[in-house]
Design a protein around this ligand. Sequence first.
Ligand code: F6P
Length: 524
Amino acid sequence: MSRTRCDRTPAWAALQAAFNTSGRTFDARVALAHEPNRFEALSQQAPHVFADLSKNLVDAPTEQLLLDLAQQCGLAQHREALFAGEAINNTEQRAVMHWLLRTPVAAAGAVGANPALAALAPELSQVHATLDAMLAYADTVRADASITDVVNIGIGGSDLGPQMAVLALDAFAVKGKRFHFVSNVDGHELDRVLQSVRPQSTLFLIASKTFTTIETMTNAVSAKAWFETQGGTDTARHFAALTTNVAAAQAFGISTTFGFWDWVGGRYSLWSAIGLPLAIAIGGAGFREFLAGAHDMDEHFRTAQLPSNLPVRLGLLDVWYRNFHGFGSRSIAPYHSALRRLPAYLQQLEMESNGKRVDASGASLPFATSPVLWGEPGTNGQHAYFQMLHQGTDVVPVEFVAVKTARHSLPGHHTLLLANVLAQAQALLLGQADAGGHKHFSGNRPSTFFLLDDLTPTSLGALIALQEHRVFVSGSLWGINSFDQWGVELGKVLAKDVQARLLSGHTEGLDASSAGLLRLLRPA
Ligand code: F6P
């Protein structure tokens, strides 16, 4: 499908005019005081996730212009192409179907179902055959008390997703098993884990979509060598590979394999075999709930009208902030310690997807794309960098994630936690305009508030799918391909050259800085 880039539409010009006249000076405090029903109009209950957008620098006319922009850019058609399994990852000629991984078999015949499912029946049946096998395996491992340690070796999407989700759903995890995540090629990481496990009670999961990633392969070779040196023999029992490249895994010597497909991007692969650590932790039934929560959000994104479509509203706000307000970053503040890896996970999702300077056809873009994403759990962030959020010179939109129900019984803590998250959003909004000098807070600093009733497999699945789709929306309007990642390749190529030079000492052809550092890095 041909897509119209956002800056080439009448709505873009209208948004610029609106920003120049009233958008730049918009005050959310005034709007909240004077617009009846602003909270109701700018908040919504999406599947398993409530979102309040009313503290943002946006009003109904601006939202309408943003919706016009979406309409003029063909967002609905692009969304249709996504859910039809078209090859929208054009630079790699691949479909983008992580959503199919969470589509239940029964969806195919349901009223109002995605019409493309009929043609995708072979893929859907492969998905479920693999899922059934993987979950049966997960439940066997889960029930096997002799396996006490699960070590996931993978990086990027083959690490961040399962790691984030296993931590997030710790309250549901099987007792008596420890989960370790080794991603860095820095041997300190693997070494520390190997010192704490025993070969006869450890399951190594080698997670790599391509089964070629140098960090993962280096760690996998070392883990297997350690296993054999320690007297381990039953590789089929102690190693499993999660990959689209089953042949490479078998050539490596791993016979227990769970596959997936090239139409699942690395940073979208948590729902595939890459989710095996999570499935072992929370069990097959729990993993199906996780998929079901995400599917509910898929259906919301696929079918809801654009004005009441939460991923659409968030993605449009992202464009408004990045391209009109010029905000360069977004801070994620999960007020739940189990969500401590959520910011890192979202960093890859947003920045690897939308950190592009050309459109899908390769033409340079004249406007900004992905913001920088960063954050830490609350309340820790409050005692570190919130100073800058409240009084710094840059405005940084903040996204709070709060969970209504606690799964511990320590008195007082949860009320205090919830009081803090609400108070921070309030302080950003209200400021302290009457105080002078160092005590002055300008206020009117935007934030979005996500609220989950409880942190469960279902609500986590929905929250993650929501974030995936909002990244799709902004990427779609920017006209970019959100599903490739050519920007990571150059460093990989250069690392091979530098590795050879570190061994040989040859510095010919290197820039003077790299040559100087290389000499310092070589052993004496
Ligand atoms: O180098 C970037 C990247 O390709 C990510 O997109 C991906 O999640 C990660 O590397 C790991 O790739 P793989 O799963 O193929 O090892």
